[in-house]
Design a protein around this ligand. Structure first.
Ligand code: ZN
Ligand code: ZN
Length: 324
């Protein structure tokens, strides 16, 4: 991967309509008024995944024993690696091109992000670039102003994903498409990998391992990531800025990896460092560590950029102002 493909191809294109809105804009269709179980075209698997992991967690916690601290530690380690996959690879390296990762590191992190249920990199990056481009505008598809649960979860299956050909054309290569093809396999491994312990621990502990190191880990990772669209966008939109917030209390569920500093991020989305000053940002520490051994290169400036405040009217008139 070189600097030449750091450009997001469509940043200069005019914003027209929502990506694949079935027959109108999101504000015309108001999908948040529909049933919780309504699915946008192609999004039934997303709803099934969300319902499925929660059902497994509830049943597992009621009927199965705690599998022990070793399994708990493995679950935490996988959660940690998947979190790094999301924040370092999906977010900072791929979505914003704030750095280049060595392909071996990048694809290892993609694997762990997918193992956490974060989705394949093409879909994640397209949705995230869409988020920056339309946040707090009429095109915002995950605004908490349509209700907390809409912003936290429902938009994931009740509105179509952002189109890859428009938001992620630079990554539409066999190397990244591969991950979409193996997504079901990776998720099956994530949920059922604990069954490998059946001959050693018996069926009950093997199933308990599946719950704690599989469905419970994925459900926790899902809700942690969803706090970015819900809690971290519950600020007041005004002449002074958008709805994004830095929420220190989300530091713990985000494992200190930096995504909770979301106000900082919107202020300068190409900055690979999300925490400022004393704000803990383990994702940035990992990037620095990788750069010392040559596995992270072309790291963009970490100097905070002062962005003049935009009003909503300004933002509608200048739709690329928040894209990076
Ligand atoms: Zn945001
Ligand atoms: Zn971002």
């Amino acid at each position: 991967m070189t600097v030449t493909n750091l450009l997001i191809p469509d940043v200069s294109a005019p914003v027209v309509t929502l990506p694949v809105a079935p027959s109108g804009t999101i504000h015309e269709l108001e999908p948040w008024k529909r049933s919780f179980f309504y699915c946008a075209p192609g999004e039934i698997p997303t709803l099934l995944w969300v319902l499925g992991i929660h059902a497994i967690v509830i049943a597992g916690l009621i009927f199965l024993p705690f599998p022990g601290w070793i399994v708990f530690g493995v679950a935490l380690a996988l959660l940690w690696l998947g979190g790094l996959g999301t924040t370092v690879a999906y977010h900072r390296a791929l979505s914003h091109r704030s750095l280049n990762l060595h392909p071996a590191v990048e694809h290892t992190l993609i694997f762990f992000a997918m193992l956490n249920g974060s989705g394949n990199p093409l879909t994640w990056v397209a949705n995230h670039r869409y988020h920056h481009r339309h946040s707090d505008s009429d095109g915002d598809v995950s605004s908490p102003r349509q209700g907390f649960w809409w912003a936290h979860l429902r938009w994931l299956w009740q509105w179509p994903a952002a189109p890859i050909e428009r938001y992620c054309r630079d990554m539409n290569t066999p190397a990244y498409r591969f991950w979409g093809k193996v997504q079901v396999t990776v998720l099956a491994l994530s949920l059922l990998g604990g069954l490998a312990l059946w001959p050693f621990l018996g069926w009950k502990m093997a199933l308990a391992t599946c719950v704690w190191a599989g469905a419970l880990r994925c459900a926790f990772a899902l809700h942690v990531q969803c706090t970015i669209n819900s809690f971290c966008h519950m600020g007041t939109v005004s002449e002074q800025g958008g709805s994004e917030l830095n929420l220190w209390w989300l530091l713990l569920p985000h494992l200190g990896q930096g995504e909770n500093w979301h106000f900082n991020h919107h202020a300068n989305a190409s900055n690979p460092k999300l925490g400022r000053g004393m704000q803990l940002d383990v994702g940035w520490m990992v990037i620095k560590g990788l750069s010392y051994i040559g596995l992270a290169t072309d790291i963009k400036s970490t100097k905070p950029r002062i962005v003049p405040p935009l009003s909503l009217a300004d933002e509608t008139a200048q739709p690329d102002a928040k894209a990076s």
